[in-house]
Design a protein around this ligand. Structure first.
Ligand code: AMP
Length: 216
């Protein structure tokens, strides 16, 4: 299965991806997570990416595309992958298409998680993430029972630098300007499936399951 999860920040892509990875045994490739890991390690890519990330801007296409192409070469991608946060611009989508064509393969589907801006702001401004295991909490809707510690592994929970309201609104503007053109791009290819991401998370799994059923 080669799937893209498309949608604004805060649509729940990371949460959904975790269940998909578990159920289908395909790697979850989140470009945001790879950048954050590079920032944490202080790698040259991380230092460069951070300038954009902290402002809620997109990292330049050439950096993202080569990073994703490297990741897709890893052996765990032979049975497929789930892309989360990539592509985010038309040039990225075109680069992904060319890459897959060069490997003699195509995408199985693109799942669009649909959610309105105000819901995104509410979700992201309360989001807390465990530094150690990545478990996601919400200060109001899903607080950790262990306070500032993760209830799964005891790690420290924190608010991402780009989850403040000002930066969230910037990220939404960037999404509407640069990423929404991908909706028509994939619609025209006949592989887009839109799911209401405000409703139950089961909807997304149903969409994936029907994608799988249509393949076999
Ligand atoms: P995310 O966790 O997916 O919200 O990504 C966090 C930040 O990483 C974004 O706001 C961008 O600065 C950067 N980023 C992640 N994926 C991409 C991408 N495909 N293209 C450009 N920048 C990206």
């Amino acid at each position: 299965m080669k799937i893209i999860l498309l949608g604004p920040p805060g649509a729940g892509k990371g949460t959904q991806a975790a269940s998909i990875r578990e159920k289908y045994g395909i790697p979850h490739i989140s470009t945001g997570d790879i950048f954050r890991e590079n920032v944490r390690l202080g790698s040259p890519l991380g230092v460069e990416a951070r300038k954009y990330m902290d402002a809620g801007q997109l990292v330049p296409d050439n950096l993202v595309v080569s990073m994703v192409a490297d990741r897709l070469e890893k052996p765990d991608c032979v049975r497929g992958f789930l892309l989360d946060g990539f592509p985010r611009t038309l040039p990225q989508a075109e680069a992904l298409d060319s890459y897959l064509t060069s490997k003699g393969t195509v995408l199985d589907g693109v799942i669009l998680l649909d959610v309105d801006d105000e819901t995104v702001v509410l979700r992201l401004s309360g989001r807390r993430v465990c530094r150690a295991c990545g478990q996601i909490y919400h200060s109001t809707f899903k607080p950790s029972r262990s306070g500032n510690r993760c209830e799964v592994c005891g790690g420290e929970t924190y608010q991402r630098d780009d989850d403040t309201e000002k930066v969230i609104r910037n990220r939404l503007t960037v999404y509407h300007q640069q990423t929404t053109p991908l909706i028509s791009f994939y619609k025209e290819k006949g592989i887009l499936r839109a799911v209401d991401a405000k409703a139950s998370s089961g909807n997304v799994m149903n969409a994936i399951e029907s994608l799988c059923a249509n393949r076999s």
